[in-house]
Design a protein around this ligand. Structure first.
Ligand code: UDP
Ligand code: MG
Length: 153
Protein backbone atom coordinates (compact mmCIF):
# COMPACT_ATOMS: atom_id res chain seq x y z
CA UNK A 1 0.00 0.00 0.00
CA UNK A 2 1.21 3.50 -0.78
CA UNK A 3 0.89 6.50 1.48
CA UNK A 4 0.62 10.09 0.30
CA UNK A 5 0.40 13.53 1.90
CA UNK A 6 -2.50 15.92 1.47
CA UNK A 7 -2.66 19.40 3.00
CA UNK A 8 -6.03 21.13 3.21
CA UNK A 9 -4.95 24.71 2.59
CA UNK A 10 -6.13 27.82 4.49
CA UNK A 11 -8.63 28.62 1.69
CA UNK A 12 -10.33 25.29 2.41
CA UNK A 13 -10.71 26.05 6.12
CA UNK A 14 -11.92 29.59 5.41
CA UNK A 15 -14.46 28.37 2.90
CA UNK A 16 -15.68 25.63 5.28
CA UNK A 17 -14.89 22.88 2.78
CA UNK A 18 -12.83 20.66 5.10
CA UNK A 19 -15.51 18.01 5.61
CA UNK A 20 -16.46 17.98 1.96
CA UNK A 21 -12.88 17.43 0.74
CA UNK A 22 -12.06 14.74 3.30
CA UNK A 23 -15.36 13.09 2.40
CA UNK A 24 -14.27 12.74 -1.23
CA UNK A 25 -11.11 10.90 -0.24
CA UNK A 26 -13.01 8.70 2.23
CA UNK A 27 -15.69 7.84 -0.33
CA UNK A 28 -13.02 6.94 -2.87
CA UNK A 29 -11.76 4.30 -0.44
CA UNK A 30 -8.53 5.83 0.79
CA UNK A 31 -7.66 4.98 4.38
CA UNK A 32 -6.92 7.91 6.68
CA UNK A 33 -3.63 6.94 8.30
CA UNK A 34 -2.96 10.32 9.92
CA UNK A 35 -4.65 13.69 10.31
CA UNK A 36 -3.85 16.85 12.25
CA UNK A 37 -4.31 20.61 12.29
CA UNK A 38 -1.09 22.57 12.31
CA UNK A 39 0.20 26.12 11.92
CA UNK A 40 2.85 26.16 9.18
CA UNK A 41 6.00 28.23 9.56
CA UNK A 42 8.34 29.98 7.18
CA UNK A 43 10.97 27.28 7.67
CA UNK A 44 8.74 24.30 6.87
CA UNK A 45 7.38 26.16 3.82
CA UNK A 46 10.88 26.99 2.60
CA UNK A 47 11.50 23.24 2.55
CA UNK A 48 8.12 22.22 1.25
CA UNK A 49 8.08 24.74 -1.60
CA UNK A 50 11.86 24.79 -2.26
CA UNK A 51 11.19 24.05 -5.96
CA UNK A 52 9.38 27.42 -6.16
CA UNK A 53 11.85 29.58 -4.22
CA UNK A 54 12.88 31.56 -7.32
CA UNK A 55 9.31 32.37 -8.38
CA UNK A 56 7.87 35.87 -8.00
CA UNK A 57 4.85 34.48 -6.11
CA UNK A 58 6.94 32.57 -3.53
CA UNK A 59 6.38 34.98 -0.62
CA UNK A 60 2.68 35.45 -1.40
CA UNK A 61 2.29 31.68 -1.52
CA UNK A 62 4.04 31.23 1.84
CA UNK A 63 2.02 34.04 3.44
CA UNK A 64 -1.21 32.50 2.23
CA UNK A 65 -0.17 29.07 3.58
CA UNK A 66 0.48 30.64 7.00
CA UNK A 67 -2.70 32.73 7.12
CA UNK A 68 -4.60 30.06 9.11
CA UNK A 69 -3.68 26.57 10.26
CA UNK A 70 -3.83 23.79 7.66
CA UNK A 71 -5.00 20.20 8.03
CA UNK A 72 -2.42 17.59 7.12
CA UNK A 73 -3.65 14.15 6.08
CA UNK A 74 -1.77 10.96 5.32
CA UNK A 75 -3.89 8.84 2.97
CA UNK A 76 -3.23 5.19 2.17
CA UNK A 77 -4.29 2.88 -0.63
CA UNK A 78 -3.02 0.93 -3.63
CA UNK A 79 -1.43 3.50 -6.01
CA UNK A 80 -2.52 6.23 -3.55
CA UNK A 81 -0.04 8.84 -4.82
CA UNK A 82 -1.29 8.72 -8.40
CA UNK A 83 -4.95 8.32 -7.41
CA UNK A 84 -4.88 11.36 -5.10
CA UNK A 85 -3.02 13.49 -7.66
CA UNK A 86 -5.60 12.64 -10.29
CA UNK A 87 -8.46 13.44 -7.89
CA UNK A 88 -6.73 16.78 -7.16
CA UNK A 89 -6.52 18.01 -10.78
CA UNK A 90 -4.33 20.63 -12.45
CA UNK A 91 -2.68 23.31 -10.31
CA UNK A 92 -4.79 26.16 -11.65
CA UNK A 93 -8.41 25.64 -10.64
CA UNK A 94 -9.54 27.46 -13.76
CA UNK A 95 -7.87 24.79 -15.91
CA UNK A 96 -8.62 21.78 -13.73
CA UNK A 97 -11.15 19.33 -15.13
CA UNK A 98 -14.64 19.30 -13.65
CA UNK A 99 -14.88 16.27 -11.38
CA UNK A 100 -11.49 16.95 -9.83
CA UNK A 101 -11.27 18.71 -6.47
CA UNK A 102 -9.64 21.82 -7.89
CA UNK A 103 -11.95 21.72 -10.91
CA UNK A 104 -15.03 21.57 -8.70
CA UNK A 105 -14.11 23.91 -5.84
CA UNK A 106 -11.80 26.72 -6.93
CA UNK A 107 -11.05 29.47 -9.43
CA UNK A 108 -7.44 30.14 -8.48
CA UNK A 109 -3.91 29.13 -9.42
CA UNK A 110 -2.80 29.53 -5.78
CA UNK A 111 -5.91 29.23 -3.55
CA UNK A 112 -6.42 25.73 -4.89
CA UNK A 113 -7.84 23.80 -1.93
CA UNK A 114 -5.24 21.05 -1.46
CA UNK A 115 -1.62 20.13 -1.74
CA UNK A 116 -0.97 16.53 -2.84
CA UNK A 117 2.37 14.74 -3.12
CA UNK A 118 3.49 14.34 -6.74
CA UNK A 119 5.51 11.09 -6.57
CA UNK A 120 6.15 8.15 -4.27
CA UNK A 121 9.57 9.54 -3.40
CA UNK A 122 8.19 13.00 -2.60
CA UNK A 123 5.33 11.48 -0.59
CA UNK A 124 7.75 9.67 1.74
CA UNK A 125 9.71 12.89 2.33
CA UNK A 126 6.55 14.98 2.81
CA UNK A 127 4.89 12.56 5.25
CA UNK A 128 8.05 12.76 7.39
CA UNK A 129 8.02 16.55 7.07
CA UNK A 130 4.51 16.90 8.53
CA UNK A 131 4.08 13.85 10.80
CA UNK A 132 6.05 12.20 13.55
CA UNK A 133 6.15 8.37 13.18
CA UNK A 134 3.72 7.89 16.10
CA UNK A 135 1.17 10.14 14.39
CA UNK A 136 0.75 7.66 11.51
CA UNK A 137 -1.62 4.84 12.47
CA UNK A 138 -1.53 1.33 11.08
CA UNK A 139 -5.02 0.15 12.10
CA UNK A 140 -6.74 -2.46 9.93
CA UNK A 141 -9.42 -1.31 7.48
CA UNK A 142 -12.46 -3.51 8.20
CA UNK A 143 -13.74 -3.22 4.63
CA UNK A 144 -10.43 -4.01 2.90
CA UNK A 145 -11.82 -7.11 1.16
CA UNK A 146 -14.65 -5.05 -0.30
CA UNK A 147 -12.47 -2.14 -1.40
CA UNK A 148 -10.03 -4.43 -3.21
CA UNK A 149 -9.96 -7.93 -4.65
CA UNK A 150 -8.01 -10.48 -2.62
CA UNK A 151 -5.22 -10.54 -5.23
CA UNK A 152 -4.82 -6.76 -5.47
CA UNK A 153 -1.85 -5.32 -3.63
N1 UDP B 1 1.41 28.23 -7.26
C1 UDP B 1 1.11 29.56 -7.47
N2 UDP B 1 1.33 30.10 -8.73
C2 UDP B 1 1.81 29.35 -9.75
C3 UDP B 1 2.11 27.98 -9.53
C4 UDP B 1 1.90 27.45 -8.27
O1 UDP B 1 0.70 30.27 -6.55
O2 UDP B 1 1.98 29.88 -10.87
C5 UDP B 1 1.17 27.65 -5.91
C6 UDP B 1 -0.11 26.81 -5.88
O3 UDP B 1 -0.73 27.00 -4.61
C7 UDP B 1 0.43 25.39 -6.01
C8 UDP B 1 1.74 25.51 -5.22
O4 UDP B 1 2.25 26.80 -5.55
O5 UDP B 1 -0.47 24.43 -5.48
C9 UDP B 1 2.77 24.45 -5.55
O6 UDP B 1 3.06 24.50 -6.92
P1 UDP B 1 3.26 23.16 -7.77
O7 UDP B 1 3.82 23.56 -9.10
O8 UDP B 1 4.01 22.17 -6.96
O9 UDP B 1 1.73 22.69 -8.03
P2 UDP B 1 0.88 21.50 -7.40
O10 UDP B 1 1.78 20.32 -7.22
O11 UDP B 1 0.29 21.99 -6.10
O12 UDP B 1 -0.20 21.24 -8.43
MG1 MG C 1 3.62 20.27 -6.24
Amino acid sequence: MEQTLVLLKPCTLQRALVGEIINRFEKKGLRLAGMKMMQLTDSILNEHYAHLSGKPFFQILKDSMMSTPVIACCLEGIDAVRVVRSMTGSTNGRNADPGTIRGDYCMSNQQNIVHASDSLETAAIEIKRFFRPEEIFDYESSNRNYLYALDEH
